[in-house]
Design a protein around this ligand. Structure first.
Ligand SMILES: [Zn+2]
Length: 215
């Protein structure tokens, strides 16, 4: 298309049909409503990958199947960082790619990602950062903050200055500490208990392992 991402009028044109709704920051209820309508936030009785049982299951990728929702989440996150002189958005692959790209596109800055190589989060594919480059790290869901922290470490070791982090969902109940200021569009406190302590199991409800379920 040949437009410059630094030219705000062109970015505005690109998004003209969405602008009126998007200039309003989404609140947490609106975010979760989008997740629910996409089937990305399920109520029930689930076995998490940790083996713990939970009444809630989150499958963020499904909420991002909708390109419109992804763009709306991107705008809502980008608004938090509009005055932070962000030069680059970086995300941990795979979960962070879609939302990170959207945030970068809205800020008019470049987008790169980190991925694991021999278990270690690293910049590959020719991606480089400049010394002192102001980077925002974006993920889809923060649970413990581990992937974001590893991404921050990889960037910092390469010389960048990571100024903030963001995610669509925080399911740490606000507890995850990644060492830089952090923003999420919706914060959840997710109960997860050992099967022996699970009330739903005691009632005799069958627990579902979501990943194994055919849609
Ligand atoms: Zn259970």
């Amino acid at each position: 298309m040949g437009f410059s991402t630094k030219d705000p009028t062109k970015v505005g044109t690109l998004n003209a049909s969405w602008r009126t709704i998007l200039l309003k920051t989404m609140n947490a209820e609106e975010v979760l409503e989008k997740f629910k309508s996409a089937g990305a936030l399920l109520d029930g009785h689930f076995i998490l990958s940790s083996g713990l049982h939970s009444p809630m299951y989150l499958q963020c990728a499904m909420a991002l199947e909708s390109t419109r929702s992804a763009a709306e989440f991107g705008v809502a996150l980008a608004q938090h960082f509009a005055d932070r002189q962000i030069e680059t958005v970086a995300s941990p692959a795979i979960g962070g790619l879609v939302i990170g790209y959207e945030v970068a596109r809205q800020l008019g800055v470049r987008f790169i990602w980190t991925e694991r190589e021999n278990g270690r989060m690293t910049l590959r594919r020719g991606f480089r950062v400049r010394k002192g480059e102001r980077v925002l790290v974006v993920e889809d869901v923060i649970t413990t903050g581990g992937s974001t922290r590893e991404t921050i470490d990889a960037l910092t070791e390469s010389g960048a200055e990571v100024v903030a982090a963001g995610s669509i969902i925080d399911r740490s109940g606000g507890k995850a500490d990644v060492g830089v200021p952090r923003v999420s569009l919706a914060t959840l406190v997710v109960a997860a208990v050992a099967p022996a302590d699970c009330e739903a199991c005691k009632r005799g409800d069958q627990a579902i392992k979501p990943g194994s379920r055919k849609r």
